[in-house]
Design a protein around this ligand. Structure first.
Ligand SMILES: C[S@@+](CC[C@H](N)C(=O)[O-])C[C@H]1O[C@@H](n2cnc3c(N)ncnc32)[C@H](O)[C@@H]1O
Length: 242
């Protein structure tokens, strides 16, 4: 039984401004990853399973914010990382329609728990109806509420954390989960390139500014090591130093 607790595809196009490192470069239509490369990458990544394909399609057809879904290539990366890590406790911050939760679930230990938090009831309802079709869905607990309140109420030491909710709170989420990250644990933060807007100078918009502040925060944190990947909208993989 599912536990239900109350509680681009980007081709990042910088539409204005200048690249921080190339101040004389006009970026009206600069693509970080070309469509050609995106297509090639997609063609050489294992296909989505039927359930993920269905969730992807239905989200694109029915949700006005469908671009928020992790999608094929990022989803496969999340599931491979999960399979390699074999986590016992997974935390996801920002469930949306449940796509990435089901990718992360693929590597979870058979006696493990995946906790995912969503603030919007409507999205939580959609995720829940999607989870019903998934193998091992009894290992998922969906919390409906504000992650800032839910995270401190969860007792676990996390092996895998996916931060993918409101961008202005990334530093807060990071500081909440880092002390409870296990020795082998990894935090993955999504959208760290924020549609290329973090490359503009000056950076505009509160979300891009918040993401840039988060990236700087992690870069200057002597407790961790990290790598930034240009997958989709940018991923930051973070591990605590021993
Ligand atoms: C980018 S979407 C998540 C996408 C999903 N992880 C995926 O890859 O399919 C971000 C989600 O976080 C939710 N959210 C925003 N602020 C939140 C908060 N404070 N607590 C919990 N969820 C939040 C939003 O409602 C939205 O559904």
């Amino acid at each position: 039984m599912l536990k239900f607790l109350k509680g681009s595809i980007i081709k990042p196009t910088v539409t204005s401004g200048l690249l921080r490192f190339f101040p004389s470069f006009d970026l009206m239509s600069f693509e970080i990853i070309s469509t050609l490369a995106e297509n090639y990458i997609g063609q050489h990544t294992s296909a989505e399973d039927e359930l993920l394909k269905k969730i992807n399609k239905e989200t694109v057809e029915n949700h006005p914010l469908a671009h928020m879904l992790s999608g094929h290539v990022q989803g496969k990366l999340l599931s491979l990382i999960s399979k390699i890590l074999a986590p016992k406790y997974i935390l996801e911050i920002g469930t949306f329609t449940g796509y990435s939760a089901l990718c992360l679930l693929k590597g979870l230990q058979s006696d493990g728990e995946l906790h995912t938090i969503e603030i919007r009831q409507e999205d939580a309802d959609t995720a829940l109806s999607n989870f019903k079709f998934a193998k091992n869905n009894n290992l998922i607990t969906l919390h409906v509420g504000n992650a800032k309140e839910v995270i401190p109420s969860l007792p676990h030491e996390w092996d895998l954390v996916f931060i993918d909710a409101d961008k202005v709170s990334y530093i807060e989420y990071y500081e909440l989960v880092l002390p409870r990250l296990s020795k082998k644990g990894i935090i993955i933060a999504d959208n760290v390139l924020f549609h290329g807007q973090v490359l503009e100078q000056p950076i505009k918009g509160k979300n891009a500014l918040a993401i840039d502040a988060f990236n700087e925060h992690v870069t200057n944190d002597s407790r961790v090591e990290q790598v930034m990947l240009s997958v989709r909208d940018g991923l930051l993989l973070i591990k605590k130093l021993e």
